[in-house]
Write a new protein. Structure first.
Lengths: 406, 275
């Protein structure tokens, strides 16, 4: 898709310093010299919110900005819609510089392009669910009938049909945040800013909401900037992850890049508690199958020879179109060879379990325990690789160790 | 050490205003007196019994509380029976005008004070003075500006009863949770949209508590205002004090209490209903 290559948000050298106005230039100079956060606070009474952050977000991408509390992630996202005015740096949304907009232009951008979902839902308690969902449209000045329609559609999208006339306090936490999400979606913004949107929910509900967001995203293709302190959440949702510490970006990349190749000790410490088997996929632990048999060319004897050479007691069989159609065991092949049969089809086992390249490594372990043959990884029916117990365990322990030591 | 002539200075400045502006305030007084007597006469047009039934019905319609409605009926009948009806109507008129004036001035000031810290810094100490200054003191300058009578009484009552309206409006708006205000901003609300769609609706219960306080303070001022000729129930109490008539003093006092209870309960109910 070509739209995925378009840059939606570009942040350049963004810095936010909190504190008395007169002392901010001093703090800025100290920051440029590389002084750390505590010393700057001591010397100038200025706090560093965000320090020289640069990144881009592609259209249709979910980017997760992650860090512990106080790492500046919430400040950073509030700079994107200028709930907080940055001290220095530029923010471009669709090539429009947000930092120089007048109050009215800023309102226009907020009304049309930026939806926001808040950690503590921030629903208006004096308005019904429907009135909450239509707030943004009401602010835009849309006619009551039309905005009601859109609010209903948005509420239906998040699974709240039938709750339109209830008040927020009658809803559970998870449902309240659905209203929060519907309120943002109703305006049909290009960009969703989600500030720790699921952090206040209990783990089961949180997991449901994450799944639902992924589902919605597949339909809607918004650009989502998601703030989180939870690495598992970041790994689940993020196409890319930005890790922040003390206001600065310490690493950005895909989940696997960050896990397997932590840029600093901080990142390594952050990721060491992650269950690596949840993050690694079949693709990253599989090995290349060295030989395949095709019934058109190979008989039981040649299949047997392949197996002896590779040290496996099974071999997979594919047809002319490289579609994997079954497997032959060494026992069956040697019996057939002794009987003098030439056909592989008759001794081929046709039903076998397979996985796809993106199956999580955690799911592989129980499957491997149940089957007597190597687990094939197929994509569109073609062989991508095989997974054997030994290679999986080796991969898990190696990745685990490399992030421990780094 | 020479005495600092603070009193003289205040007196001189008040005199200055009286000399230069009293023609305006006196003209205002004439108009207001007309309005007040028009209101009183209108209320008097209704037969007391009819008036009482209407009030009891209104109380029931507003609060849906049968007990309070019956209390209003019985209480007002008692007042009528004590032959204090005219004085009560006069007092209610005075309280009504004073309260409305206090609210029309006080609520906007409260809103501005909540939204601008600079205004707030000026308003707060002024409110402190208004609330701690003995109420009697307001009566003195009220007379040269408005002459003896009801308008001067209303002036003093407005000043005395306005602070809670300002303070609680300000408080109510400041208490709107920060994340909700931030949310309204994030969705692109203008300042007015934020005020009318979020801050004022959220502050309504607190503002209503302020309205309640203002009404109660205005009622408590009527006796004091009687000293400068406000008449009404306060006038009855004042006369009883001067003649040492304990019975009629208490009768008028009870009438004030009855009016106060009815107003307080109805307003409280209206305030809490919004929550």
């Amino acid at each position: 898709m070509e739209s995925e290559n378009k840059i939606k948000i570009r942040v350049e050298n963004l810095t936010k310093i909190f504190g008395p106005k007169s002392r901010i230039p001093e703090a800025q100079q100290l920051l440029e010299k590389g002084e750390n956060k505590e010393n700057i606070l001591k010397k100038t009474k200025c706090g560093i919110g965000v320090s020289n952050a640069s990144f881009t977000v592609m259209e249709g991408e979910i980017i997760v900005i992650m860090g512990l509390s106080g790492s500046g992630k919430s400040t950073l996202v509030r700079c994107l819609n200028r709930l907080i005015d940055p001290t220095e740096g530029k923010i471009f949304i669709d090539d429009e510089d947000i930092t120089t907009l007048s109050p009215n232009e800023l309102r226009r951008v907020r009304l049309t392009k930026l939806g926001m979902v808040f950690q503590n839902f921030a629903l208006f308690p004096h308005r019904t669910v429907c009135q909450n969902a239509e707030y943004g449209l009401e602010i835009q000045g849309m006619a009551p009938e039309e905005r009601r329609q859109k609010a209903f559609t948005a509420l239906e999208q998040v699974g709240l049909k039938g709750w339109e006339n209830h008040y927020p306090h009658n809803l559970s936490g998870g449902m309240q945040q659905r209203v929060g999400l519907a309120r943002a979606l109703a305006m049909d913004p290009d960009i969703l800013l989600m500030d720790e949107a699921f952090s206040a929910l209990d783990p089961l509900i949180r997991s449901d909401m994450q799944d639902e967001l992924i589902g919605l995203q597949q339909q809607l293709q918004k650009t989502i900037v998601f703030i989180s302190h939870d690495l598992d959440e970041a790994l689940k949702l993020g196409d890319r992850i930005i890790l922040m510490k003390d206001g600065a970006i310490v690493q950005s990349g895909t989940a696997e890049e960050i896990l397997t190749n932590p840029a600093t000790e901080y990142v390594a410490r952050f990721v060491e508690n992650v269950d690596i088997s949840k993050v690694l996929t079949a693709e990253s632990v599989m090995i290349k199958p060295k030989a395949m048999a095709s019934p058109e060319v190979h008989g039981p004897k040649s299949a047997l020879r392949f197996m002896q050479k590779e040290g496996f007691s099974q071999i997979f069989v594919h047809d002319k179109k490289k579609q994997v159609i079954g497997l032959v065991s060494a026992d069956a092949a040697s019996e057939a060879a002794q009987r003098g049969e030439k056909d592989l089809f008759s001794i081929m086992q046709k039903d076998f379990i397979h996985v796809t390249p993106d199956t999580p490594a955690a799911d592989l372990i129980p499957i491997l325990a149940d089957i007597p043959y190597p687990l094939p990884v197929l994509e569109n029916g073609k062989m991508k690789g095989i997974i054997i117990r030994g290679s999986l365990l080796a991969a898990l322990s190696e990745r685990g160790r490399s992030s421990d030591n780094a | 050490m020479p005495r600092i002539p603070l009193g003289e200075a205040i007196e001189a400045s008040i005199n200055f205003f009286v000399e230069n502006f009293s023609f305006l305030t006196i003209a205002f007084t004439r108009i207001m007196e007309g309005v007040i007597s028009f209101m009183e006469n209108t209320l008097m047009l209704l037969h007391p019994l009819l008036f009482i039934v209407i009030v009891a019905a209104l109380v029931f319609w507003l609060t849906r509380k049968r007990g309070l409605s019956l209390f209003s009926l019985a209480g007002l009948l008692l007042i009528w029976n004590m032959q204090l009806w005219d004085a009560t109507v006069s007092t209610i008129t005075l309280v009504l005008i004073a309260t409305l004036t206090a609210l029309v001035i006080g609520i906007p000031i409260g809103i501005v004070a909540a939204l601008s810290s600079r205004v707030n810094r000026v308003v707060q100490p002024v409110l402190d003075v208004m609330q701690t200054m003995p109420a009697f003191v307001y009566l003195i300058p009220a007379i040269p500006f408005f002459g003896l009578g009801k308008v001067a009484a209303i002036f003093a009552t407005v000043i005395f009863s306005m602070p809670p309206a300002i303070r609680l409006t300000c408080l109510g708006i400041q208490q709107v949770p920060k994340d909700l205000v931030e949310c309204a901003d994030a969705f692109g609300s203008s300042r007015w949209q934020k005020l009318f769609k979020l801050q004022l609706p959220m502050a309504t219960p607190t503002i209503m508590a302020g309205v309640n306080q203002t009404v109660m303070l205005a009622l408590s001022m009527v006796v004091i205002a009687a000293m400068i000729g406000a008449r009404g129930l306060g006038g009855e109490v004042w006369r009883a004090i001067q003649r040492l008539q304990m019975g009629s003093g208490f009768e008028a006092g009870i009438a004030i209490v009855i009016v106060a209870i009815i107003l307080d309960r109805v307003l409280q109910h209206l305030g809490s209903k919004k929550q």
